[in-house]
Write a new protein. Structure first.
Length: 268
């Protein structure tokens, strides 16, 4: 979509048996993943991921992105006129940033997202559905990435339309896709549906969150068609589990605690 300035204003049981745990995980996990959604992992790790109970928590995800290895050449602003202090950070498996959240209501118009409710409304999105129509911000959780620039080019990091994203706010984790691009020097924007799922006020005129939102985009992990919300959630849950658990069987929580049972290789 054409580069536009965002509307930035004030915003204010455990299972009773291992058998049941395995069955529950089998229902939640997709039978197949889209090509390229994750790296090949040792088979033992794949089995372990299937039987681990419960979704990945916000605490575990945030602990994995506590430190920043910057991959952007510069930093982004959260608003026009705000200081440029938000870097893009990276790991082998993901890129991430911590910012605010403004509401993207662009795409197919609806009762909540239209020219009347959003003075900056655009009827297009950078990426389209499988039928060629713009995305529906009211229904599809997606995030906005900055247009490629000298600061950072998302395309160089295995990110594009349909890339799977874990969005964390307070104690909530929700899965979305990359669906739109925004200004080259500003970051921190997501669709109406993303904000609503996180408990953030989704009003495009004055809603959003001032800070405290973490965006984790998994590299080379895209769903197709882009509007398949169930595929994004299933893929996101699996990739998030792999992100916090290593193939050596040591959980992220154990690693951070300096588990005495870990080998020197596992601690590296």
């Amino acid at each position: 979509m054409p580069v536009r300035f965002p509307r930035r204003g004030p915003r204010i049981v455990h299972a009773q048996s291992l058998t049941l745990a395995v069955a529950g995980a089998a229902l939640l996990a997709p039978t197949t993943l889209p090509a390229g959604t994750h790296r090949d992992r040792p088979q033992a790790h794949a089995r372990r991921v299937e039987w681990r109970e419960g979704p990945v928590s916000a605490v575990d995800l945030l602990a994995e992105v506590r430190d920043c290895a910057r991959v952007s050449r510069g930093r982004y602003r959260s608003d026009n006129g705000a200081p440029a202090k938000i870097p893009i950070c990276g790991t082998d498996d993901a890129v991430f940033w911590k910012a605010d959240m403004d509401i993207d209501c662009d795409g197919r118009p609806g009762s909540r997202c239209n020219r009347r409710t959003d003075p900056h409304f655009s009827a297009s999105t950078s990426y389209a559905q499988s039928n060629g129509r713009p995305l529906n911000a009211e229904r599809l959780p997606f995030i906005v990435v900055p247009a490629p620039s000298r600061i950072w080019d998302y395309r160089d990091h295995g990110v594009g339309g349909g890339s799977v994203v874990a969005v964390v706010y307070r104690d909530r984790v929700r899965y979305a896709v990359v669906g739109d691009t925004g200004p080259r020097n500003i970051i921190g924007e997501a669709s109406y549906a993303t904000a609503k799922a996180l408990g953030i006020r989704p009003d495009p005129h004055g809603g959003g969150a001032r800070s405290g939102v973490t965006y984790i985009v998994f590299k080379n992990a895209r769903v197709s068609p882009i509007e398949d919300r169930a595929a994004a959630v299933a893929t996101g849950e699996r990739l998030a589990r792999e992100f916090v658990d290593r193939p050596d069987g040591v959980t992220g929580r154990q690693r951070r605690a300096g588990n005495p049972g870990m080998t020197p290789e596992a601690r590296e």
